[in-house]
Design a protein around this ligand. Structure first.
Ligand code: FAD
Ligand code: NAP
Length: 575
């Protein structure tokens, strides 16, 4: 075994790269292991046509270095995948990170070595690397679901997954193409594939809400604000629920606003585009009546865009409140169904039975395809972590520890797994936010922990089980206050058969979460045990830093939210 590392980082997306940079700043001996042959993570793997961010690039970009910020110019409001990948490579080259990354290599196991206060990490080559700290920067949306279809092995055409798109690209010109799925990946790729293909058949099981991106040049007002004071612009984004500026109105209630004012406000937000419609009214994520007002506005927008009323009806979500599944942001998605060469198949009324040698057969029809695209999603948040055989102090695996759904302390650490850090793990705001701002906050926090351990000459840090349980309850209860758990979403693990149902990200907002993390640190790493061998250096077993209830919350919303929490407590046997 080679000399022990201070830090082994798994994954070379934005998380792993920034973690590597922080390790170098501290003079630590580190290495990054990456399964792909290049950096960029999400933007390395997801090369399907139309792939781009749905948070404005001015905000979905690193803010830790002003010079980096100033030297990079985004071409559009929402940068396309190729530009994001170029940016990831620019970051890697600018900070000379690539020599520290072992590409095309997968981490398969990590076992805690109590005698050494560290991890023995096994690679797919069979090599074992010893490291004091293990950082899983493995991505929340990096492992495609294992979805299989009967007869798929018999199909003689080509099959493409949006999340594993060929690097050389695919030309669908003149082809008959089928696509399964209508999540964000499908909604971005369908309009482009439809322009190329002779015919496109979309197989939809559940419709999603999608808002127009109105992509184009960065809006002049944003650009001017950015140029004036990039630091203030960043700070404003970070100090929000979602880690991006969304003009949230925290006191205006849809249920108490006259219909013409609601319409004007929603029209304004729709015209701006993207996620802005998610934060027009303080009650839309809590009160079903308020939510229905926004949902019916979006349903009317779908009807406006789709000429055939039957198709518009099929494209309108009915099984979940607006915003409780990850909403999509599109360019021309709904209008694509007005094309003569595009057909929508509703798998609810005509279920998919099997692939055949030449295509797909549903209960009612047969389709021949030259190519089929699977836009079927990810084993989100826990998938990449659980696929590594990680064994902690008692030999328990993380998968076993998470048998009832993920339990973490702050989404950062897991009890019984010392010196193991998760970047944007379950229990942190992560996928509910602009991920770059969440990544920066997590990486800087982990770097802080490592620095403080080294300053104290400590060997390890571990989240206590008490703190983990209190935090996990808080994560569950925060979600329970909202409408979020009411959808069969990937946030809930509902897209993977057999996966425990638990709302995985922390819904309290990035700003609140950051304050909590800072308070945990200020209290001497509350909820953690810091030790060297058998000697405990500091110990604070429980977690007490709950955010105060929002002062400006309307009484009836508070009552609704607290009622749901009381129900949750009753259902889960909490006092
Ligand atoms: P990733 O980029 O997923 O990188 C993780 C890396 O770890 C991967 O390269 C993977 O190969 C590697 N890895 C995993 N397991 C192992 C292993 N065992 N051994 C070795 N290597 C391993 N977020 C937003 O905020 N805004 C957006 O607009 C947005 N758009 C998205 C679009 C798509 C198509 C997808 C899939 C996700 C999107 N996201 C978006 C979320 C996106 O994942 C994050 O924004 C961000 O890129 C995550 O960076 P990361 O480094 O944490 O993880
Ligand atoms: P997704 O949202 O989970 O969508 C998967 C789709 O496949 C759903 O429509 C699902 O239907 C369908 N599906 C899955 N299994 C199926 C089966 N057996 N039969 C029929 N249909 C099936 O996955 P995604 O589109 O890849 O997006 C995942 C996340 O990545 C997004 O929510 C977002 O966070 C991120 N993302 C962002 C962007 C962006 O705009 N920047 C783009 C892509 C992805 P059901 O709903 O019925 O399960």
């Amino acid at each position: 075994m080679a000399d022990r590392l201070d830090v082994l980082i798994v994954g070379a997306g934005f998380s792993g790269m920034y973690m590597a940079l922080k390790c170098r700043e501290q003079g630590l001996k580190f290495e990054v292991i990456e399964a792909g042959s290049g950096v960029g993570g999400t933007w390395y793997w997801n090369r399907y046509p139309g792939a781009r961010v749905d948070i404005q690039s001015l905000e979905y970009s690193f803010g830790f270095d002003e010079t980096l910020e100033q030297e990079w110019r985004w071409s559009e409001r929402y940068a396309p995948q190729a530009e994001l990948l170029a940016y990831a490579n620019h970051v890697a080259d600018r900070y000379d990170l690539k020599p520290h990354i072992r590409f095309s290599t997968r981490v398969t196991a990590a076992h805690w070595d109590a005698a050494a206060d560290g991890w023995n990490v096994t690679l797919d080559s069979g090599a074992v690397i010893a490291a004091r700290f293990l950082v899983l920067a493995t991505g929340c949306l990096s492992v495609p679901t294992d979805v299989t279809f009967s007869g798929i092995g018999d199909y003689r055409g080509r099959i493409y997954r949006t999340s594993r798109w060929p690097h050389e690209g695919v030309d669908f010109t003149g082809q008959r193409v089928g696509i399964i799925g209508t999540g964000s990946s499908a909604i971005q790729s369908i309009p482009i594939i439809a322009q190329q293909a002779a015919h496109l058949t979309v197989f939809q099981r559940t419709p999603n809400y999608s808002m127009p991106a109105h992509n184009g040049p960065i809006p002049e007002a944003d650009w001017q604000e950015w140029l004036q004071d990039p630091r203030a612009y960043r700070a404003r984004s970070r100090n929000t629920v979602g880690g991006f500026w969304n003009e949230a109105r925290e006191e205006t209630l849809a249920t108490q606003t006259p219909p013409d004012e609601i319409k004007a406000e929603l029209e304004r937000r729709w015209a701006w585009g993207g996620f802005r419609i998610l934060s027009g009214f303080a009650d839309q994520g809590i009160d079903p009546d308020a939510n229905r007002i926004i949902a019916s506005f979006v349903a009317a927008k779908i009807r406006e865009q789709v000429k055939d009323p039957k198709v518009a009806e099929l494209l309108t979500p009915k099984d979940h409140p607006f915003g409780t599944k990850r909403p999509c942001v599109d360019t021309g998605y709904y209008a694509t169904y007005n094309r003569d060469n595009v057909e929508l198949i509703d798998l609810r009324s005509d279920p998919l039975e099997t692939f055949t040698a030449t295509g797909i057969r549903t209960q009612g029809r047969s389709f021949d395809f030259d190519a089929v695209v699977l836009a079927t999603g990810f084993d989100a948040m826990t998938g990449a972590i659980e696929r590594i055989d990680i064994r902690g102090v008692n030999g328990e695996t993380i998968k076993e520890h998470w048998a009832h759904g993920p339990e973490t302390y702050l989404g950062l650490m897991v009890a019984g797994f010392p010196n193991l850090f998760l970047i944007t793990g379950p229990g942190s705001p992560s996928v509910l936010t602009n991920m770059i701002h969440s990544i920066e906050q997590h990486v800087e926090y982990v770097a802080d922990i490592i620095a403080s351990l080294n300053a104290a000459q400590a060997g390890r840090i571990e989240a206590t089980r008490e703190a983990e349980q209190l935090w996990t309850d808080h994560v569950d209860q925060t979600a329970a206050m909202t409408l979020l758990p009411q959808a069969n979403s990937w946030y809930m693990g509902a897209n993977v058969p057999g996966k425990p149902r638990r709302f995985m990200p922390y819904a309290g907002g990035l700003h609140t979460y950051t304050d909590i993390c800072n308070a945990v640190k200020a209290k001497g790493w509350e909820g953690f045990v810091v030790a060297r061998g058998a000697q405990v250096i500091s110990e604070s077993r429980t977690f007490t830093t709950y955010p105060p209830p929002p002062e400006n919350m309307a009484p009836h919303l508070m009552e609704l939210a607290m009622g749901r929490v009381a129900q949750w407590m009753q259902d889960h046997g909490r006092a």
